[in-house]
Design a protein around this ligand. Structure first.
Ligand SMILES: [Zn+2]
Length: 352
């Protein structure tokens, strides 16, 4: 962090992202105890791209109040999940289909990869649960773990043994019940591995099937049911924001997915699956030149001189989602800075 203070792009960072805690909004203090200000950093599908030290440096620059992980850490990569559990920021995570890659059913005899990952995450695993953050007046509600989208429930036996969930209807009820118990003055944010149905069926739609001919809506119908029941129920507990991953930004046959949808009733659906979420910097400073070989030709080898790492940053102000930005943080040794910021949503602006 100290290193970042002397780094020129950090000035831009300050103007682009004033950390809520650093710039108190007098309106929030004056008018309402219900008004909240918070920053959430969403880390979409990790797929192996995680380094506790490097990601911690980037997060120290972003200063989020809360970090949300949409799952797919690896293929039951217990060590990686343990390292995520060690992150020193408030966090919530949900396991994805890749996190139950080798474990179709629950075993009482031995600890499988799913069990070990759940033990690592402990209270931070949000599946069918709610975590309340009274200071920020936020409640995070978890969707169905291990989801891979579509009509069938992936890892049905596991869901039945671990959560008593046997079908979509029960699953929807469990998500709904977790949300409905949230304190009335909290903003409810849903965190799921995959998004809901009903947001489009083109390959490039936010939950559209892109890996096979014929497109199709590959969202989760239980999540759509739970959200629509919350909306029917009235003004409290209606999620202003639903965060998920699973469907990667980069499409299987080229092009990019739509990563944000704002519905007519102002619910924001945010897909955070920017994959891969880490790129390495190569360049003159990082280029290592080898010795001349016996044949007299030179060889050279490029080594990474650092990385840039993706986070989707959600700023909440006055109890509303104010801004969402796909942000790439450069980490070069101990120096961190904002390398790229792509505005995805700004309150009051409908088109980007
Ligand atoms: Zn997935």
């Amino acid at each position: 962090m100290l290193g970042a203070l002397g780094h020129a792009p950090f000035i831009y960072f300050l103007s682009a992202f004033p950390p809520p805690s650093a710039v108190p909004n007098p309106n929030i203090l004056r008018f309402s105890l219900m008004a909240i200000s918070a920053r959430i950093a969403v880390i979409g599908d990790v797929h192996g791209y995680w380094d506790l030290q490097e990601d911690s440096k980037a997060l120290h620059l972003l200063q989020p109040d809360l970090v949300l992980f949409t799952g797919d850490f690896g293929e039951e990569n217990v060590e990686l999940v343990r390292s995520i559990a060690d992150l020193k920021f408030a966090k919530a995570a949900i396991l994805g289909n890749h996190d139950a890659w080798f474990t179709p059913c629950f075993s009482q005899e031995k600890k499988d990869g799913v069990q070990l990952q759940l033990e690592c995450l402990g209270e931070n695993h949000i599946g069918y649960r709610r975590m309340d953050f009274p200071q920020q007046k936020l409640s995070i509600v978890g969707g169905r773990p291990f989801s891979h989208g579509g009509k069938a429930m992936f890892r049905k036996q596991l869901l039945s043994a671990r959560y008593g969930v046997k079908d979509m209807k029960t699953s929807a009820k469990r998500i709904y019940e977790a949300a409905i118990g949230a304190p009335e003055d909290h903003l409810v944010i849903i965190l799921a591995h995959n998004g809901p149905t009903g947001l489009g069926s083109r390959a490039d739609d936010i939950c559209g099937k892109d890996w096979d001919y014929g497109d199709g809506d590959y969202g989760d119908e239980d999540l759509e049911q739970a959200i629509s029941k919350l909306k029917e129920n009235g003004k409290f507990h209606v999620p202003p924001l639903v965060v998920f991953g699973h469907m990667h930004k980069e499409l299987a046959y080229g092009g990019h997915r739509k990563m944000i949808v704002v519905t007519a009733d102002n619910t924001i659906y945010l897909n955070g699956a920017v994959v891969p979420r880490v790129n390495s910097y190569y360049g003159e400073e990082g280029k290592v030149r080898g010795n001349f070989t016996s044949s007299g030709t030179s060889c050279s080898q490029s080594v990474s001189r650092g990385t840039k790492r993706a986070f989707t940053v959600v700023d909440i102000s006055d109890g509303k989602v104010d801004k969402i930005t796909e942000s790439w943080i450069s980490v070069l040794g101990d120096e961190t800075s904002l390398d790229e910021a792509h505005l995805m949503y700004q309150s009051g602006i409908s088109k980007f």
